[in-house]
Design a protein around this ligand. Structure first.
Ligand SMILES: Nc1ncnc2c1ncn2[C@@H]1O[C@H](COP(=O)(O)OP(=O)(O)OP(=O)(O)O)[C@@H](O)[C@H]1O
Ligand SMILES: [Mg+2]
Length: 333
């Protein structure tokens, strides 16, 4: 199969400890990988990625922005820099041996860009081995945060980037079609995760037979049925599903009710799927946001005190709080 589920997209349980000290190059690992997705096109994923990256860089974190929208890359434009000379296609096609060779400075202290601009159509759909190498190298970048701007849709490449992230962030605009897309995306990611877990632990046949027994309404019911047959398998799957915890941002909020849509989506996910999601907050609809796109200057550079710009501080704070909570649960001092 072209895209076998052997990809190690399975969260180690309990999770890897949060690194406090900056690792040496030899054992380097990006401390946190944050992916920005959500299924629907044109809703602000790239602008969220760029501005969140700038917010973190200004806090003194070393940040690498990666344009993982293979085939539709445009982060360099959002940042107001020329088309980078070297891009992910150079790395995927091995013209660049090390991923560090394709980093472009952004002019913003602490922030580098790995551009996804493609000069070769094949690179938009890398082969399995190429994708594995890319993911390994992205995870091994010696920075505090990697921010991945994912493309629209639910292509397996998009889902896999989402699943390897420490924070898989869904961007939603307050419109019914976008809400539908977010559920479609999160369900596709969820089933991809389940497929990977059963493949890695070798209980595909067990899951197939359980699924063949009837229609299950929720993951909780699947876990219960699996546990009845094989308690170990049930335990593994339930732990993996607990670790599947997307984050959510509502973008382009115009009213207080729009901001509440985030809470409603989290509540519905919990009710119908029995799983958790963390709402990071909303970003207001802000004329400055699209003006900055035309000016090719990021919002946090051009209009740092605009209402939308201020939201990024809150989102970064919530992500930091989630990291701190995880570190506490893992027993870090
Ligand atoms: N908070 C906001 N306020 C006003 N306009 C916004 C806001 N967020 C995004 N936009 C508008 O949405 C447009 C699309 O944003 P962006 O390119 O980030 O979307 P995207 O989800 O990355 O799209 P694609 O799926 O094509 O990659 C922007 O050019 C801007 O005009
Ligand atoms: Mg985009």
């Amino acid at each position: 199969m072209a895209d076998a589920p052997t990809l190690k997209l399975v969260t180690p349980v309990p999770g890897a400890p949060v690194r406090r000290a900056r690792p040496s190059r030899a054992g380097a690992r990006a401390r946190r990988v944050i992916s920005i997705g959500g299924g629907k096109g044109g809703i602000g994923k790239s602008l969220v990625a760029v501005n969140l990256a700038i917010e973190l860089a200004r806090r003194g974190e070393r940040v690498m922005l990666v344009d993982a929208d293979l085939g539709g890359a445009n982060l360099h434009t959002c940042l107001g820099i020329d088309l980078p000379r070297r891009t992910l296609s150079d790395f995927i096609e091995r013209r660049a041996k090390r991923i560090e060779e394709i980093v472009t400075p952004t002019g913003i202290p602490n922030l580098g860009l790995i551009s996804g601009a493609m000069d070769h159509l094949d690179a938009a759909n890398p082969k399995y081995a190429q994708k594995m190498r890319l993911m390994r190298n992205i995870q091994a970048l010696d920075v505090d945060h990697v921010i991945l701007d994912l493309g629209a849709g639910t292509h397996l490449n998009v889902l896999d980037f989402f699943l390897v992230s420490d924070h898989g962030v869904l961007v939603l605009v307050p419109e019914p079609t976008a809400v539908e897309n977010v559920y479609r995306f999160v369900k596709a990611a969820f089933w991809r995760r389940v497929r990977n877990v059963v493949a890695v632990y070798g209980f595909e046949a067990l899951l197939r037979s359980v699924m063949g027994e009837g229609t299950f309404k929720s993951p909780v019911e699947i876990v219960a049925a699996l546990s009845a047959r094989n308690p170990d398998a049930g335990l593994i799957l339930s732990r993996q599903l607990e670790a599947f915890r997307p984050r959510l941002i509502v973008n382009q909020a115009r009213t207080p009710q729009d901001a509440d849509i985030g809470n409603a989506v989290v509540a519905a996910w919990r009710k119908f799927f029995g799983l958790e999601m963390d709402y990071l907050g909303h970003i207001q609809y802000d004329e400055d946001m699209w003006r900055t796109v035309r000016a090719r200057r990021p919002l946090l550079v051009q209009s740092p005190s605009s209402p939308a710009a201020r939201s990024f501080a809150q989102i970064a704070d919530r992500l930091a709080a989630l990291d701190a909570a995880q570190a506490r649960s893992e027993g870090a001092p």
